[in-house]
Design a protein around this ligand. Sequence first.
Ligand code: FAD
Length: 518
Amino acid sequence: NVWFLRSFTILVLSWLTIKPELCFSSVLSSLKALNLQGHITFENNEFAARDFGNQIHSLPLAVVYPKSVTDISDIIFHVRQMGSSSELTVAARGHGHSLQGQAQARGGVIINMESLQQGQEMQVVYNRGKFPYVDVSAGELWINILHETLKYGLAPKSWTDYLHLTVGGTLSNAGISGQAFKHGPQISNVHQLEVVTGKGEVKICSQEQNADLFHGVLGGLGQFGIITRARISLERAPKMVKWIRVLYSDFSTFARDQEHLMSAAKTFDYIEGLVIKNKTDLINNWRASFDPQDPAQASHFVSDGRTLYCLELTKNLYPENADTIGKELDDLLSQLNYIPSTLFMTEVPYIEFLDRVHASELKLRSKGLWDLPHPWLNLLVPKSKIQQFAKGVFDNILKDTNNGPVLVYPIQKSKWDNRTSFVTPDEDIIYLVAFLSHANPSSNGTDSLEHILTQNKRILDFSEAAHLGVKQYLPHYATQEQWRTHFGPKWEVFVQRKLTYDPLAILAPGQRIFQKAV
Ligand code: FAD
């Protein structure tokens, strides 16, 4: 298409145009002269050169602590006015839990989004129980939203496994967890956003208003604007949940049961799964918090020398199903083909279940094991290829799961809005497979960073060679060609949106998709 080719050529030409560069001291003094309601720092900014991945460390020039949306638009407007005469870029930093420096900006300006949350109240709108929602700052942590909405007996519908992440950070990716099969990812559960575009304009957007911007920023990797506020859909929250784990020794049976539960009319409220390979202590650990239905048999369960698959489920408890829940669970579990005697069950407050990873975080922090490098690999595998993937990866490439959990569970594409920037394989059912490894910096063995990165590469190479049509989730690529392949048919729209909303390529340079013209 001619328009697209012309626009793309202009973008490339503007990259190549050589302009006189503003000297460092004039950039610095122009930033210092900005009249912000919040404040800006030029020292002690090392924290902004770190993230959860702990592999990329790019020091910014400045960190802005905004008090208002105007502060954010002023900064972007200012950087944009400098045009290609400065290398200055801008990155929103949520909770900095990216894995590959995505919220960093070398020599640029970081906007610390959690400061914005301090000036903005959360507003829960009950709507007489019909379509309740909450308006929040995009710098708010999901755990705080949970605490606030529970006061009204409500909660967001779709989650991530870990809640100490910001709204803007997860909406820029997708936000996927065990509720996504039912409600879609977090980006499918937002009614409205306030966004400061890469031109410094403040826009309200939704399905009806500025819809292209709305769809663009959802899953948009921070490329088109900084989300400052979001309206999130809520539902009635249970007080307690039944939390269940069962084991399988065969991947096909495990996956068949997951898919069956995912599409059944009466089913669970959360469905995930885990691969357990040569990691017996994990099952032993469960016994501290889960009651095995058959303790004598369960104690025989070791995973040494073999691969087990754990199906993890929850069912919400409400006053009206208190009497029938036992029978409902029996009916649901009777449809499954797990290894008899491997049923582990417990009942916990909803908040304890949702905030479960934080409990592990506290334990790991106390042992100094939370701040290790995290060479995670997250993949979306089409259902038609998941058996081939499991055979090649779980049976052969993966030797054990001692470096961190490996998650595997299906989600349905029908719960996704294809107009968002998020890309998935083109099939109705997709598996999320997450290798959530941590590396030991002082090791040369199988827990070293090098070993885990090599294993990740083998998984990617295998998937590519076998033409499995796998896409990365929380993607990370070295070249624009790889990004083009990642986006596939959506690449043209992605570039077009970049030209419309951030033509100078100022925003989120840490994603390494576009480079600012200098
Ligand atoms: P940051 O790392 O600060 O930012 C991420 C990206 O978004 C950057 O490019 C940044 O510039 C941009 N950004 C941040 N805020 C905004 C904004 N307001 N507007 C526009 N762009 C913005 N993901 C899942 O889907 N499911 C999970 O279950 C899950 N579990 C996780 C568990 C842990 C322990 C960790 C560390 C991560 C997990 N993630 C999960 C991944 C997580 O969703 C992403 O890494 C997310 O981006 C982190 O949010 P953050 O607030 O730390 O974002």
